[in-house]
Write a protein that binds this ligand. Structure first.
Ligand SMILES: C[S@@+](CC[C@H](N)C(=O)[O-])C[C@H]1O[C@@H](n2cnc3c(N)ncnc32)[C@H](O)[C@@H]1O
Length: 288
């Protein structure tokens, strides 16, 4: 089923890309932050920079190796072994796929990131996309699952020596991570997809952001409460909010504006209520 969804998703992407690309140009003329120009053009079909392609190839090789590992992993919301997930699931479903990893990478370059904070390392795939930009930024990523922390460290060590995986929950660690990080250029929130938690994380990082910074929220359409969280944070004064479907982008330093590109990336429908705490169940619910 996932493979069929992927195929349909790719077909949709191809068909919708020219319309998305046109909408991006229109929105840039209308005042959407210029730093988003290249990432969004690449998202909607323009060729990525050569460096980004090279990085993506390396990271996708790492992903394939991780997916082939034999171990299973406990999920954070259950101690029942029947709920354990495979390495393949974490690498291929829970981790950001190539297209969106590339988007994160090009965004980090566009915002000239020197310091990046990530909530939810998992196996280190998205962190690797973010940390491998040419300026070699510092990346601090938080991960509650003890078994995933050493794997994320090893993934990140393949692309940078400036990444740190902090074990523990966001609730315990975020404040001290931000105090150490100083000025943060890019934040990627990819775990604990609940309304109050998401709003809290965004409000907590705001005072630490650089004057022109980017906050990326994953899975804003996945559950109703994530959608409500997006409604709240995207109407904060002083941020430009861009709904690109899978991700919600908040950009500081560019006035209070809102843009919606979700219909062109295939993620316009809002998911249902969340039955249980399932932070890993992130990326299976693509809509097109
Ligand atoms: C969707 S996965 C992250 C995927 C990763 N960003 C990537 O794309 O490669 C979410 C991760 O967040 C972690 N997580 C969820 N809630 C958390 C919390 N409250 N504190 C710390 N880690 C949490 C989970 O253990 C899981 O590994």
């Amino acid at each position: 089923l996932i493979n069929i969804r992927r195929l349909l998703g790719r077909a949709f992407e191809g068909a919708a890309a020219p319309f998305g690309a046109r909408a991006v140009e229109r929105m840039l003329r209308d005042g959407m932050p210029a730093r988003l120009a290249l990432p969004l053009r690449v998202l909607f079909g323009a060729s990525p920079p050569a460096h980004a392609i090279e990085v993506a190839e390396r990271i996708e090789t790492l992903r394939a190796a991780l997916a082939g590992r034999a171990e299973t992993f406990q999920v954070s919301w259950s101690t029942d072994p029947r709920h354990a997930v495979t390495a393949r699931y974490l690498a291929e479903i829970a981790s950001v796929p190539r297209r969106w990893g590339m988007f994160l990478h090009v965004c980090a370059e566009a915002f000239e990131a020197q310091t990046i904070v990530e909530l939810g390392a998992c196996l280190g795939i998205s962190g690797a996309y973010l940390a491998s930009i040419r300026s070699q930024p510092r990346l601090i990523t938080i991960e509650a699952s003890e078994a995933r922390v050493p794997i994320a460290r090893s993934t990140l060590a393949s692309v940078t020596d400036r990444a740190e995986v902090v074990p523990g929950t966001f609730e315990e660690r975020l404040q001290s991570v931000l105090d150490r990080a100083g000025r943060v250029d890019v934040v990627y929130v990819d775990g604990h997809h609940a309304e109050a938690a998401t709003i809290h994380y965004v409000r907590t990082v705001m005072p630490y952001l650089a004057s022109e910074a980017l906050v990326v929220l994953d899975d804003i359409h996945l559950f109703r409460d994530m959608w409500r969280a997006w409604q709240t944070v995207s109407s904060m004064p002083g941020v430009t909010a861009v709904n690109i479907g899978r991700f919600g982008l908040l950009v500081t330093g560019s006035g209070t504006r809102g843009y919606d590109l979700s219909r062109y990336s295939g993620w316009w429908r809002v998911g249902g209520p969340r039955a249980v705490q399932q932070p890993e169940m992130s990326h299976t619910q693509r809509q097109f």
